[in-house]
Design a protein around this ligand. Structure first.
Ligand code: CP
Ligand code: NVA
Length: 308
């Protein structure tokens, strides 16, 4: 059975195939009203459960629309309203849901919850974000980068800010898609050591530079994300802001990158914090293409999982 749990646990050729399929499906829909189903309806007769233990705008809507465009049906479930949020085990939940639906997408906190769901489900499971990683997002991001700049292989991506779940998936992608990544941020918010090791073992250059202006020299793309993630305690906010202020992506930082460098952000953005509105709304920004490509990339991931 094909689960889509992480980028580093999915073979590179399969990931490439998913991006290719996403581009083809996006191209085939060119100009179609959003509610019109695809010409092909590979998910006809299939039911998909979308489980959220954390808030979501993009993931929720793009999965829901994507399944429907492919002829399938969805149910969007809040973890808190399920027995899962009231003591039923993840393993039992996985076994039960598998009797009703053909695929489970889950956004949760601990990576162990996702792993347990995948272990006990008898249908494919997709990772819709955990505290540790956000692979669907970075599949859409690689697709977006390549739409604008061609192959991402050999390019230099700079992550500025908190070395969080999204950063981890970028590192996994560096290893799988063959690009280099420089992290710039405070030491206490360094990226996941295993993800750094994964990219390095795959032969990629991964650098850590505390000086953001030096870090972005030669960058093809600068990426950032919120300074306080959904799993971080609210009490961390003030300290985070003090630690991260000098890593804000502003016009000056963009100007220190390679001419024509892209700006990326998975969204939701906190304008005036990790990024200025000038950059978000400026010519380098492809943030809304990233959001759109969640739809196309995830449609390809769903097809890959279901082998349809
Ligand atoms: N980027 C992303 O996953 O957004 P949502 O939290 O809105 O799903
Ligand atoms: N790092 C962010 C990503 C949101 C899509 C979070 O986990 O809250």
């Amino acid at each position: 059975m094909r689960h889509f749990l992480d980028i580093h646990t999915t073979p590179a050729d399969e990931l490439r195939g998913i991006i290719g399929a996403a581009r083809a499906m996006k191209g085939a829909r060119d100009g179609q009203p959003k509610a019109v189903p695809d010409a092909e309806r590979p998910l006809a007769g299939r039911m998909v459960a979308l489980i959220f233990e954390k808030p979501s705008t993009r993931t929720r809507i793009s999965f829901d629309v994507g399944v429907r465009q492919m002829g399938g049906e969805t149910m969007v479930l809040s973890g808190a309203e399920m027995q899962l949020g009231h003591g039923e085990t993840v393993a039992d939940t996985a076994r039960v849901i598998s009797r009703y639906v053909d695929l489970i997408m889950i956004r949760t906190f601990e990576e162990t919850t996702l792993a347990e769901m995948a272990e006990h489900a008898t249908v494919p499971v997709i990772n819709g974000l955990t505290n540790r990683s956000h692979p669907c997002q970075i599949m859409a991001d690689v697709m977006t980068y390549e739409e604008h700049r061609g192959s991402i292989a050999g390019s230099k991506v700079v992550w500025s800010g908190d070395g969080n779940n999204t950063c981890t998936s970028w590192l996994h992608a560096a290893g799988r898609f063959g690009f280099d990544l420089t992290f710039t941020g405070p030491e206490t918010l360094d990226p996941d050591a295993e993800a750094v090791a994964f990219a390095r073992e795959a032969g990629r250059r991964v650098e850590i530079d505390r000086n953001p202006h030096r870090a972005v020299a030669g960058a093809d793309c600068i990426v950032t994300d919120t300074w306080v993630s959904m799993h971080d305690p609210v009490s961390a906010r003030e300290r985070r802001h003090n630690l991260l202020r000098s890593y804000q992506v502003d016009a000056r930082l963009m100007a220190a990158a390679k001419p024509g460098a892209l700006f990326m952000h998975c969204l939701p953005a906190h304008r005036g914090e990790e990024v200025t509105s000038e950059v978000m709304d400026g010519p380098a920004s492809v943030v809304f293409d990233e959001a759109e490509n969640r739809l196309h990339a995830q449609k390809a991931i769903l097809r890959w999982c279901l082998e349809v």
